[in-house]
Design a protein around this ligand. Structure first.
Ligand SMILES: [Zn+2]
Length: 161
């Protein structure tokens, strides 16, 4: 069975016990920016309930123009004021570099991506870089940022100083 068919079936179960509609603004006024890694279920991992937080995910959980776009909408239109960054150990973006990745895509497709993969070697360092990029953004109302790294081997999160 295709994955989407299993997902549509799972949704039947979900909708059967659906708790009802919630306000669009996140209850806890927080936005989480995290890697798309399949081993990080952000809601249980951070003690969040449905309706509590925005979760913005991309490869690496890096701060890109689109991350800033989402955070700006989150803060200006939907009232969030805290930002929590979640990188993690054993990230796919630690297994390449921007040049090698662009080479790989160009060799396979004939087109070199105009955007960088945003690879990194040290997750803590990249969290610090993400915090710096957020602090530099002129669009955010609040720059109350907490940076963390999740250990996929232990399930523990540590705060990046
Ligand atoms: Zn990752």
């Amino acid at each position: 069975m295709a994955e989407y068919e299993q997902m549509l079936a799972a949704n039947e179960e979900w909708a059967r016990d659906f708790a009802g509609q919630l306000p669009v603004a996140p209850k806890r006024k927080v936005a989480v920016v995290a890697c798309m890694d399949s081993r990080m279920p952000l809601f249980p991992l951070l003690g969040l309930a449905v309706g509590d937080a925005h979760v913005i995910r991309n490869a690496g959980g890096v701060v890109t123009d689109d991350t800033i776009r989402s955070l700006t909408i989150s803060q200006h239109l939907l009232g969030t004021r805290e930002i929590v960054l979640v990188h993690h150990t054993d990230c796919g973006l630690q297994k390449t570099d921007d040049e090698s990745f662009a080479d790989l895509v160009e060799q396979a497709t004939g087109v070199r991506p105009p955007w960088p993969a945003r690879a990194f070697t040290d997750a803590d360092d990249d969290v610090r870089e993400s915090i710096r990029l957020l602090q530099e953004s002129p669009f955010l109302l609040s720059k109350d940022v907490c940076g963390t790294v999740y250990d996929v081997a232990t399930g523990r999160l540590h705060r990046v100083a």
